[in-house]
Design a protein around this ligand. Structure first.
Ligand code: AMP
Ligand code: MG
Length: 393
């Protein structure tokens, strides 16, 4: 059995190399930038008026100063002349400042009479001019790797790019295994249960930025496992669920080895999740998750989500651990790292470990928002002592 930390390192090592693709900005939210973006222009590309008002050539005017109105310039147009002393031009927000223009007096502070405008109030030294390049300059670099947000996408658009180069999403094939499983809605015999794990794993991986595929359920026979594995070949990651333990019908590792998987490790010192294994099959990384529903989802959080982040070159590729006070006594831990379902209350700042930790209890997992991490052989924790905790969601 290897430690969680070593298992994660080994998983990172077997991941295939990622490639890039060019996509429209409209599809780029949440994707990871693979190539720097260079601004193709200054922003704003010319000095513009920040307000509706009158532009004058006077930098230090006084209340009572009057100007001859000699023209107008609106957003998208240009005033081709030169603004002289004692002259004003009607200007609107976003319009280019004419040559000679030094300051905009907002229209609320000007009185207009015939062709003359007079200042009746001033707002300190504010010029109401947005200088050329005051947001960013041409050639300025927007650096990788960054998970693109709506703010980034507007910034990149204003740099005059309609496309970005991003890392490709990893393709992940998910195979649930077990004679007892039927999909939701399917007729169930007296000995069968509903296959639930694939749905949570699929959704979590999609949220993490992968391109998952849920394959048909494989039966606990070599031929069924082989034929479903055929459908998974070529995926960046192949995730099997169940059949990884030591029972007579746990054939997944055996079949994977017969089709060429080179094992990287088998069994991890963690709870839940002990049967987890990984290996390399051609270029694909294979990760075998345990079948118990809570085990499969916790292993997804602890191994698959960081693996997706690693593949996508996201720098913070392991789960953040915070230290918070326990609301109760937690007994000393055994030799495996224990990920205990728990609830963290952000008001009291206390974390409360759930009573029932059986790895089949999805209802307990649903009511938990965190995992308390108990290192192997760690001593008893008393109420009020700090415990390492991972916040979920
Ligand atoms: P296994 O790892 O195949 O021994 O499965 C462990 C337990 O998890 C068994 O009780 C299985 O019935 C259950 N199980 C396995 N796969 C799934 C699944 N996809 N959805 C729900 N339960 C499952
Ligand atoms: Mg099974």
């Amino acid at each position: 059995m290897i430690s969680v930390e070593d298992a994660l390192k080994k998983i990172f090592k077997i991941l295939p190399k990622n490639g890039n693709e060019k996509i429209s900005l409209l599809n780029a939210c949440g994707r990871v930038l693979a190539k720097d973006v260079l601004a193709k222009n200054d922003q704003p590309p010319f000095s513009t008026s920040a307000m509706d008002g009158y532009v004058i050539s006077d930098l230090a005017p006084r209340v009572g100063s009057s100007y001859n109105l000699v023209g107008e310039v609106s957003a998208g147009s240009i005033f081709s002349g030169v603004l002289g002393n004692g002259e004003a031009i009607r200007i609107f927000t976003g319009a280019p400042i004419p040559v000679g223009g030094k300051r905009v007096i907002i229209q609320e502070n000007m009185v207009i009479k015939y062709n003359t405008v007079t200042i009746n109030e001033l707002n300190g030294d504010e010029t109401f001019i947005r200088k050329i390049g005051s947001d960013f300059k041409s050639g300025q670099v927007f650096e990788t790797p960054t998970v693109l947000t709506p703010f980034h996408l507007s910034l990149i658009a204003s740099m005059n790019s309609s496309e970005v180069t991003v890392y490709k999403k990893p393709t992940v094939a998910i195979i649930s295994t077990g004679d007892e499983l039927v999909i939701p809605g399917e007729k169930r015999s007296a000995s069968q249960i509903i296959s639930s794990n694939g749905f949570g794993i699929y959704s979590r991986l999609a949220l993490a930025g992968a391109n998952p595929r849920l394959l048909p359920i494989a039966k606990d026979t070599e031929s069924s496992l082989k034929s479903i594995l055929e459908l998974a070949m070529g995926s960046d990651i192949i995730v099997t669920v169940g059949g990884a333990s030591v029972g007579d019908y746990d054939l997944v590792k055996k079949v994977l080895k017969t089709v060429g998987m080179k094992p990287e490790f088998e069994k991890v010192a963690m709870r839940p999740g002990k049967p987890l294994f990984a290996g390399k099959l051609n270029k694909s990384a294979v990760i075998g998750l345990p079948g118990n529903p809570v085990s499969s989802l916790i292993c997804t959080e602890i191994f698959l989500v960081p693996a997706i982040n690693h593949f996508l070159n996201i720098s913070s590729n392991s789960r953040e651990v915070i230290h918070v006070k326990s609301s109760r006594t937690i007994e000393k831990n055994g030799p495996r790292e224990h990920y205990m379902r728990a609830n963290y209350d952000s008001l009291t700042k206390l974390v409360n470990v759930e009573d029932r930790q059986d790895s089949s209890l999805l209802s307990v997992l649903v009511n938990s928002n965190s995992l308390v991490v108990r290192k192997p052989n760690s001593p008893q924790i008393k109420k009020g002592q700090l415990v390492p905790t991972i916040l979920l969601n």
